[in-house]
Design a protein around this ligand. Structure first.
Ligand SMILES: Cc1cc2nc3c(=O)[nH]c(=O)nc-3n(C[C@H](O)[C@H](O)[C@H](O)COP(=O)(O)OP(=O)(O)OC[C@H]3O[C@@H](n4cnc5c(N)ncnc54)[C@H](O)[C@@H]3O)c2cc1C
Length: 540
């Protein structure tokens, strides 16, 4: 059983706004700025500081058709190949056709991308792309530049209220079921402190991913799946959560002990770095026509196979032949982080291993970002718009945030009802788990529901999660986060057990092939009594 509400004190204060945006990464800040263009009052709430989400860590760049020789059809083709039959073609068309305009708008806002000597945009290539279409900034610091430009634009607008150190808890709904605000816990000074409520005419969830359900992840500490857990508790439909992308090349060294593993972008492989095993063999050659530049799931599986066969905990990236000067100029972030840990990529091999990186699934939306609950929208990594299918193509996620933020703002502005009163809290299961389960949960997920899964490993993980779910606690921020982790982990394991095939980034040892009868989506929802259910919906 899962909670339908987080145990929390009754809200001690209430504020109102037109649109409430949760999260301050690319999705939340872009949505806020487009909503302001529509003349709406916006409040953005964010868990820690404005820049603490995944966005600022993005390295490779943003995929968009900006080269005259490239086409939206070619971008759509690559996206759908990576998604292994589960992408929604209409959503993909929206992404690739509207993407270039959204990237140009971001540049007009102030984001400065790398350029060639003739002033044209420098376009790179990444895994799964058959054309040069990745815009990047500061070499490998694209996310930092995107976050900086959006952050500054938001700070310039006095009609965007930013509330930092605010952990959103649960959705408030009006008597007709429409979303009309959120409860949250603010660690601040003054009247809006402690547990309160913000009422709004529409709510946009932009809470990012859920990498922290695993023991090893490239995601920052805030990526605890809060938006997906909140949506499940509210009764919204969540889909494709079994499709977690493991980045093949996170930096693995004994000196990296933080909750977030440094990423070695595949742009490095795009520039010619090779993956080799302990004997120096390029093991991806012959496994896929694109070798090291195959889609991420293929490369992660290739590495996993080597680790399994050799008993090692890492393979190597060899970038030495690219030269010191080129590496320092093109990949300053990677060079700095590996050198800080004692590995110089200009002269030494870089030890790497897969780590949880991206949630392809999330809160189900339509092409306007609407969830199954009227008035509740989802944008960015928390959402499942249908563009990624069973696996995300590299650099399509920043793009998705930009494209769907605009669509959401347009939809909200076109049809914004007056503020509704929240209905009285209903009697539903409400509790939280102790934060002490966090480490155990992450290790259990990595062991049984990580890169490689089977009926046995998933059954053992499910049992372990049920045991951890019995350890209730008194509510505080870390207990609320731990409960969110437990909720999304439970949904992920249930869907991964149900999907008896291997597809995209869902790899079942006991069902090693894709099966036609599984060409569709698993929809997760929590019923009134706290029971998680799955429904299978075939592709149209
Ligand atoms: C290391 C790394 C490299 C990447 N490289 C690329 C790349 O090159 N190209 C690409 O396209 N994608 C890349 N990605 C993926 C991409 O960065 C993310 O998918 C994208 O930034 C997600 O944006 P977002 O706005 O949805 O979420 P985020 O940027 O993660 O923002 C989520 C926000 O929600 C807030 N939040 C969460 N829970 C709550 C809560 N309960 N209450 C209040 N606030 C909350 C967080 O604090 C944060 O502000 C990378 C990801 C990582 C981790």
């Amino acid at each position: 059983m899962l909670p339908r509400r987080l145990a929390a004190p009754a809200p001690g204060w209430t504020e109102t706004t037109d649109v409430l945006v949760v999260g301050s990464g690319v999705a939340g800040l872009t949505a806020a700025l487009y909503l302001r263009e529509q003349g709406l009052r916006v409040t953005v709430v964010t868990k820690v500081n404005i820049d603490d989400g995944s966005t600022r860590w993005a390295q490779g760049g943003i995929a968009a058709v900006l080269d005259p020789l490239d086409t939206p059809e070619a971008h759509a083709f690559d996206t759908e190949i990576a998604g292994v039959g589960l992408c929604d073609p209409a959503a993909v068309r929206v992404l690739v056709e509207e993407g270039p305009t959204r990237v140009r708008e971001l540049m007009r806002l102030g984001a400065a991308f790398d350029r060639n000597l003739d002033g044209s945009l420098m376009l790179g290539r990444e895994g799964g792309h058959r054309a040069d279409r990745i815009v990047h900034a500061g070499g490998d610091a694209t996310g930092a530049e995107v976050q900086r430009a959006l952050h500054e634009a938001v700070r310039r607008d006095p009609w965007i209220k930013l509330v930092e150190h605010a952990l959103v808890l649960d959705l408030l709904r009006a008597s007709d079921g429409r979303a009309c605000g959120l409860t949250l816990h603010v660690l601040g000074e003054g009247s809006a402190d402690g547990v309160g409520a913000i009422l709004a005419r529409a709510v946009v969830l932009a809470t990012g991913g859920m990498g922290q359900v695993y023991a090893s992840t490239t995601n920052p500490a805030v990526s605890t799946g809060d938006g997906v857990a909140l949506a499940l508790r509210a009764g919204a439909v969540v889909t494709d959560v079994e499709f977690v992308q493991f980045h093949p090349t996170s930096f693995l060294t004994a000196s990296v002990t933080s909750v977030q593993r440094p990423l070695i972008s595949e742009a490095l492989r795009g520039e010619g770095a090779h993956l080799i095993d302990g004997t120096g063999k390029r093991f991806m050659v012959g496994q896929h026509e694109l070798a090291e530049l195959a889609p991420r799931d293929v490369v992660a599986k290739g590495i996993h196979r080597v680790l399994h066969e050799t008993g090692a905990d890492h393979v190597y990236l060899d970038a030495r032949h690219l030269g010191k000067e080129f590496l320092e100029q093109r990949f300053p972030t990677i060079v700095a982080s590996t050198r800080a840990a004692g590995v110089d990529p200009a002269t030494e091999l870089i030890p790497v291993a897969p780590a949880a990186h991206y949630a392809s699934g999330g809160v189900r939306t339509d092409l306007r970002g609407r969830t199954s609950i009227p008035g509740l929208y989802a944008c960015g990594e928390v959402a499942c718009t249908g563009v990624h299918g069973a696996n995300r193509l590299a650099s399509n996620s920043l793009l998705e945030g930009l494209v769907f933020a605009r669509r959401i703002a347009d939809d909200i502005a076109a049809d914004l009802p007056p503020q509704a009163e929240p209905r009285a809290a209903r009697r539903v299961p409400a509790w939280v788990v102790t934060p002490e389960i966090r480490g155990e949960l992450q290790r259990a997920m990595t062991r049984g529901a990580g890169v490689l899964r089977s009926a046995d490993s998933l059954a053992a993980t499910e049992k372990e999660l049920a045991r951890l779910g019995e350890q209730h606690a008194t509510p505080d921020n870390s207990a609320w986060e731990a409960t969110n982790l437990l909720t999304v982990a439970t949904a992920l394991v249930a869907s991964a057990s149900e999907r008896r095939e291997t597809r995209g980034c869902h790899w079942r040892e006991d069902y090693p092939h894709a099966a036609d009868e599984w060409r569709g989506h698993l929809l997760d929802a929590i019923g009134p009594k706290g029971t998680l259910t799955q429904t299978f919906e075939e592709m149209a």
